[in-house]
Ligand binder design. Structure first.
Ligand code: T4K
Length: 383
């Protein structure tokens, strides 16, 4: 069966009036041309060239973290992060995420154990994590959902008590800060995504953030087949490298990121103003000590909203507005996960409720006031 939303995107050019959950920000092409010129002349296309090196340094500096290792995408980075810390057995994770989170465990032969989410953070409910720890548990993989902080202190407390590693899926968290540091500074490792749909994009891309040089070295070996030098392979690595084009684009994108986040902030504040007063619609509260990146704008459609979530979702589509239900269905409901005991619906009531209520509305720097008004009008019409 065809996915109408995807067909809709492919038709953007001819229709011109569709609005999508996101549109990637791209810098003016002329800003990239000198770098492309250099790549073309140098013929250094990948395997850790000059742009790769510069972008790694610039990113670590922008995020204010000790070390960054660039990747072709976040999924490969997640798979590699687990390898880096030699995680095995069982890992506690959330059902409320993009499938890549749990898929990275299966690709490592690790058993995901799902735990319900907290209704405020929408990340792992720490009070339920301890009960899920068993003799084979070696790590916790929480997600900073929509770039909002998971309970980082609570997770650290439990992880320290049981000697578990913590790998954050921070795919949404670029530029978000919590208690005066990058969200990616928490945990043993954090993984960012620079996919086209993210706050910060390099077309595709990702990174592992880590705190010490030794770990960074191991990550770097692992993303390059395990090569330590021309004749030594020290681990069964993968090809996870970011190429020079992606890195060159990333360097240019960095110059625009603050402005992009500021534009998102003003769109979010207009939505907040309207939807905080809309009956049957809930919006997320801002955590304390948190600097958001406004990567997504989820609304939660409750019982008091007369037409319900799915009718609203369909009406938005009829109006050419393609929001997305991130994250519905839950990961734990997909066929490769649903037979696990921890995937049982009755064990995950908060995640089920949230997944059945959410619609992420369009938010991106170039969303016009008129287009935002079209989105608002459809939501208000159903209320
Ligand atoms: N962990 C988490 C928590 C994640 O959310 C993700 C990815 C990952 C890990 C893995 O990261 P990567 O390996 O991808 O780096 C999208 C993205 O493909 C996916 O990266 C993202 N999460 C997820 C939340 O969203 P879809 O299936 O919704 O994408 P798609 O192609 O339907 O795009 C959504 C809309 O974006 C389109 O309607 C229009 C717009 N769009 C999209 C693309 C790709 C564009 O305007 N231009 C584009 O090039 O999954």
């Amino acid at each position: 069966m065809y996915d109408c939303e995807r067909i809709g995107r492919r038709n953007t050019v001819s229709k011109g009036n569709n609005i999508y959950v996101t549109r990637p920000f791209l810098p003016p092409l002329e800003e990239l041309i000198p770098s492309l010129d250099r790549i073309w002349h140098s013929r250094d296309l990948t395997n850790g060239g000059v742009f790769h090196q510069k972008f790694e340094d610039a990113l670590a500096c922008y995020l204010g973290v000790p070390y960054v290792s660039l990747f072709a995408n976040a999924t490969l980075a997640l798979v590699t992060a687990l390898q880096c810390l030699r995680v095995s057995g069982e890992v506690i994770t959330t059902p409320y995420s993009f499938v890549a989170t749990a898929h990275s465990l299966l690709w490592n032969g690790i058993e995901p154990v799902f735990v319900d989410i907290d209704p405020k953070t929408l990340a792992l409910d720490v009070s339920q994590v301890e009960a899920a720890i068993g003799p084979r548990t070696t790590a916790i993989m929480p997600v900073h959902v929509y770039g909002r902080p998971a309970d980082v202190e609570g997770i650290k407390r439990v992880a320290d008590k049981y000697g578990l590693k913590v790998i954050y899926d921070a795919a949404h968290a670029f530029g978000a800060r919590y208690r005066d540091q990058s969200l990616t500074a928490y945990g043993d490792l954090s993984v960012l995504s620079f996919h086209a749909t993210k706050v910060f994009n390099t077309f595709e891309g990702g990174a592992i953030v880590c705190g010490d040089a030794k770990t960074k070295r191991r990550v770097d070996f692992l993303k390059n087949f395990g090569f330590a030098d021309e004749v030594s392979v020290v681990a069964a690595g993968i090809n996870g490298k970011m190429n020079e084009f992606q890195a060159a684009l990333g360097l240019v994108q960095l110059k625009h990121i603050n402005e992009c986040i500021a534009k998102r902030a003003s769109i979010a504040s207009r939505y907040d103003e309207v939807f905080s007063k809309t009956k049957g619609v809930a919006v997320l509260e801002m955590p304390e000590d948190y600097l958001p990146n406004f990567s997504y704008y989820p609304i939660f459609v409750g019982k008091k909203y007369p037409i319900g979530r799915d009718v609203l979702y369909a009406r938005l589509q009829e109006a050419g507005i393609f929001g997305r239900r991130y994250f519905y269905p839950l990961i734990s409901d997909f066929p490769m996960y649903r037979d696990r005991p921890s995937a049982a619906k009755e064990l995950l009531p908060v995640a089920q409720r949230v997944a059945n209520a959410v619609i992420c509305l369009p938010i991106y720097p170039e969303l016009t006031d008129e287009d935002q008004q079209r989105v608002i009008d459809v939501v208000l019409e159903g209320s």
